[in-house]
Design a protein around this ligand. Structure first.
Ligand code: FAD
Length: 282
């Protein structure tokens, strides 16, 4: 960690905007979050290469502030030749961090591609570019939605780490025990690399509910009920969300989490409030 980095080891994730207004907003968000000295930023990638150019452009715009910025890269629906070209281009541009994923192809969008799972992508990156990239992969404390069992998913996670990943970032969750349990079980399988909790600030109930259903993250009943009761009162949702997520983050850090990775959705305020709460004495 450099002397400049935030002592907690925080990182922030963005998606590539597709309008001028979105790009302008992201640069403002980036500037505000950069003040908290994150370890890195990351930028998501549309499976099958659907946001490839926007991801690269966004990475290059974001990293102009001097903070390392990792493109996400998914293998589903892509040929090895395309992935090779992209990796070499990233290396040439001086990018040295990646988040390597399988991705999810929207239904009806072509075949699976040559690499079926993220462990194969990690192997491929190591074969093609050696140790150039620091590679992060995804972890699922509440299990990946397509996994046949928790055990099978955990074994697959360990395989992916053993293929040469340097760290893992989890899917978001609201139950700290699921994270602690996952880390403990992964350690028993010999995974030693940092497993960083992914944190989703709560700002909008209907979007969160839809997204959580799709990615298999459980919203505990007491949170759901409270958010439902607020209806359209976005101020109350934001205040409650801030309290719940700040408490979750404190518990994770107190329990030994090696950092926090925030899914910012390109908004500064909800993430900043949580970061500042967990840094203030409590
Ligand atoms: P994998 O690790 O390949 O796992 C997928 C499923 O296959 C799991 O059920 C696993 O148990 C199983 N499996 C894994 N390996 C094997 C194997 N060798 N044999 C049999 N079964 C196996 N999606 C995007 O499209 N773009 C993004 O930018 C993006 N960023 C993300 C960032 C983070 C931090 C996280 C947590 C998720 C992100 N996602 C993104 C979503 C991710 O692409 C999906 O969750 C996807 O369904 C799985 O990707 P993975 O890399 O975890 O897959």
């Amino acid at each position: 960690m450099s002397a400049q980095e935030h002592p907690l080891g925080i990182s922030f994730e963005f998606f590539p905007p597709n309008t001028d207004a979105g790009r302008e907003k992201l640069m403002h968000t980036r500037d505000m979050l950069a003040e908290r000295n994150p370890r890195f930023f990351s930028v998501t990638y549309g499976a099958g290469g659907s946001t490839q150019n926007r991801t690269i452009d966004t990475v290059n715009a974001v990293r102009q502030c001097g903070i390392s910025t990792a493109p996400h890269l998914s293998c589903v629906g892509s040929e090895k030749s395309q992935l090779r070209e992209l990796l070499l281009s990233y290396r040439e541009q001086g990018i040295d961090n990646l988040v390597a994923l399988r991705g999810d192809l929207p239904s009806g969008m072509g075949g699976v591609g040559e690499l079926r799972y993220a462990n194969e992508l990690v192997e491929f990156i190591r074969e093609e570019t050696g140790d150039h990239f620091q590679i992060a992969v995804a972890a699922y404390p509440e299990s990946h939605p397509q996994a046949p069992s928790f055990e099978a998913d955990l074994q697959n996670f360990a395989r992916k780490m053993n293929a040469g990943a340097n760290l893992a970032i989890t899917q978001y969750f609201f139950n700290a025990d699921s994270y602690f349990h996952f880390v403990e079980r992964a350690r028993q399988l010999g995974v030693e690399a940092p497993i960083i909790p992914g944190i989703m600030p709560i700002t909008n109930y209907s979007k969160l509910a839809r997204f959580s259903d799709a990615c298999g993250a459980e919203i505990p009943r007491w949170i759901r009920k409270q958010l439902e009761a607020y209806g359209d009162d976005s101020e109350s949702i934001a205040a409650f969300g801030e309290e719940v997520i700040s408490r979750l983050c404190r518990r994770l850090l107190d329990g030994g989490a090696p950092g926090l990775h925030f899914y910012t959705l390109n908004q500064a305020a909800p993430t900043l409030k949580v970061v500042d709460n967990i840094c203030s004495p409590h």
